[in-house]
Design a protein around this ligand. Structure first.
Ligand code: NAD
Length: 369
């Protein structure tokens, strides 16, 4: 049986607590001989800063690069608020994304039937929602140069950010979206603003050409990103895969996230290029939520986003989509039994802590295996 190398970076705040529940799932897979995961653990964020004065050490960066997948908890917290900008906890995460060239950010928005009432939209609009936003993560306006504030000398200042995309960046993210759509409902909606932005004109042109060159079996549609935002809250179930740039993806994925009710439920993946030797993409999996300092160390954190992030690793890094689906089914069954952590608590349900929730998901997985 092939062995998979996982590099675990629990990070700060609730990171180590939710990672603890993933470790149990990993041990379960190993003990049942379903897969063989080798794990190594490192430091990122404030924890790394305290140990080495850097948000991630070079040695841990090397271990991340050598792994088949990085599984990350969360970084940050008030303890490091005064740390210099380049050493702040988030710098560790940014370095991982940059050095591993993780250009495709995958953010699923799934509404479990038991939680449909937690959404800000009506149950019938979100029940059964299962969509994925594929956001370009390493280009666009967050990185384009020039990026500066200049003093105009007349009491005014001018701020400039530059939205810039080369065609190869659009082509490679479009490919990720089309390939993933093939494993889902086979539909991609590309969002940009070609009506007012040149980068939108090129985006649409390249996505259309990539589609034509190799993905004609996938249904492709285009939507202006502002209309897309409107459609996401009007009728989100019309979407399967949305592909969009860094800025629009940042906003639209947060809108989609809130359709599902809680930050503690949301996983994500960031994928890079395929490694020619292993045939695997560079990959990092992490929950969308932060380190939740307000509840850290109290055993209250919801581990579902972290466990679902590991399920994404099974699907996108290890060809174990069936097991990823079983983990999702185990989460759905646990919720259907009425177990809730504080963040998703509803009247009449049973409130549990991090460890009990992790144990319950594992018990359901065992029952489904
Ligand atoms: P947050 O996501 O940490 O918390 C927001 C709210 O959601 C809090 O009330 C928190 O208790 C709750 N929450 C979040 N995850 C939860 C979970 N799994 N279970 C139960 N409740 C949960 O965002 P924030 O408070 O804005 O940021 C806190 C720190 O995390 C900051 O230092 C911030 O920079 C950092 N942060 C890190 C990441 C990351 O590591 N990717 C992302 C966002 C924020």
């Amino acid at each position: 049986m092939a062995s998979h190398k996982l590099f675990l970076l629990p990070g700060d705040g609730i990171g180590p607590e939710v990672m603890g529940e993933v470790k149990k799932v990993i041990t379960w897979f190993n003990s049942r001989d379903i897969a063989q995961f080798e794990t190594e653990q490192g430091l990122v964020g404030g924890a790394a800063h305290d140990a080495h004065g850097q948000a991630i050490s070079d040695a841990d960066m090397d271990r991340a690069q050598a792994s088949d997948a990085v599984i990350l908890g969360a970084v940050g917290g008030p303890k490091w608020d005064k740390v210099p900008y380049d050493k702040r906890p988030e710098a560790g995460l940014l370095r991982l994304r940059k050095d591993m060239v993780l250009y495709a950010n995958l953010r699923p928005a799934i509404v479990y039937p038991a939680l449909a009432d937690a959404s800000s939209l009506k149950r019938e609009l979100v029940e059964g929602l299962d969509m994925l936003i594929v956001r370009e993560l390493t280009g666009g306006v967050y990185f384009g140069q020039p990026k500066e504030i200049t003093d105009l000398g007349n009491g005014q200042k001018r701020a400039i950010d530059t939205q810039v995309y080369d065609s190869y960046e659009i082509d490679r993210i479009a490919r990720v979206a089309f390939e993933i759509a093939r494993t889902r409902r086979n539909q991609v909606c590309s969002m940009e603003k070609h009506n007012v932005m040149k980068s939108g004109v090129l985006w649409k042109e390249v996505v259309t050409a990539t589609h034509k060159a190799g993905f004609l079996d996938v249904a492709l549609s285009h939507m202006l990103a502002d209309a897309g935002g409107m459609q996401l809250v009007r009728n989100p179930k019309q979407f399967d895969v949305i592909v969009t740039d860094n800025l629009f993806g940042d906003i639209l994925s947060d809108v989609a996230a809130m359709l599902t009710g809680s930050l503690g439920m949301l996983p994500s993946a960031s994928l890079g290029a395929v490694d020619e030797k292993t045939g695997r993409r560079k990959a990092l999996y992490e929950p969308v939520h932060g380190s939740a300092p307000d509840i850290a160390g109290k055993g209250l954190a919801n581990p579902i986003a972290m466990i679902a992030s590991f399920a994404m690793a099974l699907k996108y890094s290890f060809g174990m989509g069936e097991w990823a689906d079983k983990i999702d089914a185990a989460i759905a069954a646990t919720l259907a039994r009425g177990l809730r952590t504080g963040d998703i608590m509803q009247p009449g349900m049973q409130q549990v802590g991090t460890v009990e929730m992790g144990d319950a998901v594992l018990a359901e997985l065992e029952a489904l295996a």
